[in-house]
Design a binder for this molecule. Structure first.
Ligand SMILES: [Zn+2]
Length: 133
């Protein structure tokens, strides 16, 4: 059974990957799942498409609290951000961060389709923002 954070992590990593035409990697860690994907903060700034798709960011379960996720970028040295999951969402996409907060409040609500819609819409606007000349 996935936690709410894992459901979000799965969608968010997919969205970050699709922004640069990349893929999401999944691996077991600390008894749960870690997601690797192109960093949404620095990968769109890279010049080569193959570099943009490199899975430099990870959302990983914490050792002490495996149901909490930590974001870490291991990419460009000007980025290398570390956030807890809530901070990551707020920096990446405030409307999804709000939606995540609401979902945590209403635990048990399985409805994810509004989130998919927000992701699709924000993906389009973010793509425009990251057009590389
Ligand atoms: Zn980065």
């Amino acid at each position: 059974m996935n936690t709410i954070a894992e459901n979000y992590a799965s969608l968010v990593s997919q969205s970050c990957a699709s922004m640069v035409g990349g893929e999401v990697g999944v691996k077991p860690m600390n008894g749960r799942t870690a997601f690797t994907f192109p960093c949404p903060f620095c990968s769109p700034m890279r010049s080569k498409a193959s570099k943009q798709r490199s899975k430099d960011a990870i959302l990983m379960p914490r050792i002490d609290k495996p149901y909490c996720l930590t974001f870490k970028c291991m990419g460009h040295k000007s980025c290398r951000k570390t956030f807890n999951f809530q901070e990551f969402l707020e920096n990446w996409n405030p409307s999804i961060a709000q939606s995540y907060k609401n979902d945590l409040k209403n635990r048990g609500n399985e409805e994810v389709s509004p989130l998919r819609k927000i992701l699709n819409d924000s993906n389009k606007s973010m793509k425009k923002k990251f057009v590389i000349s």
